[in-house]
Design a protein. Sequence first.
Length: 88
Amino acid sequence: MAYQKLQAYKAANVTPNDSSNIPNISSPDGLKNNGCVLYIGSGGDVRVLTSSGDDVTFTNVADGTFFPVQVVKVFNTDTTASGIIALW
């Protein structure tokens, strides 16, 4: 079971993508991604694939939100938020 950390030790900009997972330090291709939490710079809708395989869209996420969900993919389709940063 994944758990939330209180501090991140690594961060990377996220480009929403319908076909590729978010790369991480242990799996640059994103295939063995255990998930990360997100920072949402400019709010809007965020469609994600969770580490447990759920495809869900969070609507009206506010600017400057730390998003406490273990995410492996941020979809381009249905995502209107920007300035997204992955945190591990």
